[in-house]
Design a binder for this molecule. Structure first.
Ligand SMILES: CC(C)(COP(=O)(O)OP(=O)(O)OC[C@H]1O[C@@H](n2cnc3c(N)ncnc32)[C@H](O)[C@@H]1OP(=O)(O)O)[C@@H](O)C(=O)NCCC(=O)NCCS
Length: 195
């Protein structure tokens, strides 16, 4: 493992490196799903990703902390998770996650394993007390994964974006520190059995 921050059964989370820019940009180019965001597809530049990585690691109190999900057995980078919109005074933040398109890295429990490590990081290391997540309503897999991970539905933002020219709603989820601590072991056991 290289520079692990959080270690799980099959994967670990480490800080972002400038070298991660190339796979990050490639994943955008290889994306197959059209329901994960509302800005459509456009070519991503590895140069931009590399600049973001440099800027982010230079901040004392970053608003966003990305963590790279890597396989323990090979160190292969398979996804990115993170916390954004961090409010250090009120101790809130919003999680995001993205796993490599195609192949075996979506729908196999990796997202849930990484998210549990991320929530532990957010609650135990950063000291946050509530964490949110926002999902486009068409992204049923992401919403299902969040519910499985212990998040609760917290509302709906109507007509918050468009997909194929039609307005769509965004679904809001949140998880409190005590809820996470209560459900964590059960979620881990279910995910491990499924994997
Ligand atoms: C969202 C994402 C991070 C989730 O990680 P993952 O590893 O795929 O998630 P998991 O395998 O742990 O869980 C997915 C669950 O959704 C379920 N699911 C899949 N497609 C579904 C659908 N169309 N409707 C309902 N449930 C669905 C799966 O069955 C699984 O639940 P189960 O374990 O009870 O069977 C990953 O799929 C991804 O990177 N997607 C593309 C980017 C994205 O959408 N990011 C989130 C933006 S909000």
């Amino acid at each position: 493992m290289k520079n692990p921050i959080m270690i799980g059964e099959r994967l670990y989370l480490r800080p972002e490196e400038v070298e991660d820019a190339a796979p990050s940009a490639r994943w955008d180019a290889e994306e197959t799903d059209d329901f994960t965001d509302d800005f459509g597809r456009f070519p991503s530049s590895p140069i931009v990703f590399a600049e973001q990585a440099k800027k982010g690691s230079a901040l004392d109190m970053p608003g966003t902390i990305p963590l790279m999900a890597c396989l323990r057995e090979s160190d292969e980078l398979i996804g990115i998770v993170g916390i954004t919109d961090i409010n250090w005074v009120n101790r809130t933040g919003e999680t995001f996650s993205f796993f490599a398109p195609g192949g075996a890295y979506r729908g196999s429990g990796y997202g849930t394993e990484a998210k549990l490590l991320l929530l532990e990081y957010g609650f135990e290391r950063l000291g946050l007390h509530i964490i949110q997540s926002i999902v486009w309503e068409a992204n049923e897999r992401s919403a299902a994964a969040l519910l499985k991970q212990g998040y609760q539905p917290a509302g709906r933002l109507k007509w918050d974006g468009t997909r194929r020219g039609v307005y769509m709603d965004a679904l809001l989820f949140d998880v409190k520190r005590d809820e996470f601590l209560t459900s964590r072991e059960a979620v881990l056991a279910r995910n491990s059995a499924r994997a």
